[in-house]
Design a protein around this ligand. Structure first.
Ligand SMILES: Nc1nc2c(ncn2[C@@H]2O[C@H](COP(=O)(O)OP(=O)(O)OP(=O)(O)O)[C@@H](O)[C@H]2O)c(=O)[nH]1
Ligand SMILES: [Mg+2]
Length: 252
């Protein structure tokens, strides 16, 4: 005899479904077990440009095709931070379960499609996701600087392990590692910027002259252009990003 269970009973057990968040937020996704994937697929050490390009393409695809209104994405290694700036840009009334699961799913399916094709990979890939609450513009900038610092730390460590050796670097400060690398002929400043700084994808507001089709009058219209650039977010270059986030914050 079939068991009769009230439909309400387990709906009420969806105890986390009402947790919600307000904008602005970052959603950071991170590749699951990419250390293993890197070994299995002989990713180039210390940095694999093809992998980085796939991460950039993945982020771009999520911005363009997920339906989420993402104002900026920043990626290095196996992680992407997505910025959702305003409450109006948060789907599903900001429900955390929805936002986290959908953005990890969109990132995963996008990366899987591009990566499988490029590397004839038949396994399955996953990205986890977490929400980082930020408040004002300064907080958004501070978060980006934090991830950029982690990117730089990762950059130094990756070269240190590859050129000097993991054990030899234990207990050394970053400045000592940089000096040792220099003695071995590696000038970190000459390495490609994407390795040191990751890649930022952001929307630039540009003003264009146009003609109003109804009135025939000249007018100025705002357009958004997607910029993909390796910027040093811990230098003055962050001002470029700050300005554009500011523009997006005040515009409808
Ligand atoms: N060879 C190589 N490996 C990379 C590159 N970028 C990322 N990785 C690998 O991806 C890992 C990313 O770090 P984590 O996210 O801490 O490692 P993970 O194995 O994904 O661990 P979880 O995120 O906890 O599942 C690095 O430790 C590297 O092993 C690259 O350009 N070249
Ligand atoms: Mg990872």
């Amino acid at each position: 005899m079939p068991l009769l269970i009230s439909s309400e009973k387990f709906r009420l057990r969806e105890v986390y479904s009402k947790l919600s968040v307000k904008a602005p937020i970052f959603v950071r996704v991170d590749g699951n077990g990419f250390h293993k994937l890197a070994n299995e697929h002989s990713f180039k050490k210390p940095f694999d440009e093809e992998l980085h390009n796939i991460m950039v393409e993945t982020a771009l695809n999520v911005i363009k095709n997920s339906g989420f209104h993402i104002s900026l994405a920043y990626t290095y290694s196996d992680e992407i931070s997505y910025l959702i700036l305003r409450d109006a840009h948060l789907p599903h009334s900001g429900r955390i379960e929805k936002i986290v699961s959908l953005l990890s799913a969109f990132t995963t399916s996008s990366f899987q499609r591009i990566f499988s094709k490029a590397k004839s990979y038949s396994g399955i890939i996953a990205f986890d996701a977490r929400i980082v609450k930020v408040y004002r513009l300064d907080d958004i900038i501070e978060y980006l600087k934090w991830r950029a610092s982690d990117c730089f730390r990762n950059f130094i460590n990756a070269y240190a392990q590859d050129i000097i050796g993991r054990k030899q670097c234990i207990g050394l400060k970053a400045s000592q590692i940089i000096e040792l690398l220099f003695k071995k002929g590696i000038n970190i400043n000459e390495k490609p910027k994407w390795q040191r700084c990751g890649t930022t994808i952001f929307k630039q507001t540009i003003l264009k002259n146009a003609v109003n089709k109804v009135t025939g009058r000249n007018m100025v219209v705002k357009r958004r252009k997607i910029i993909i650039e390796s910027l040093d977010l811990n230098s003055n270059e962050i001002l470029k990003v700050r300005r554009e986030i500011e523009n997006l914050s005040v515009e409808s």
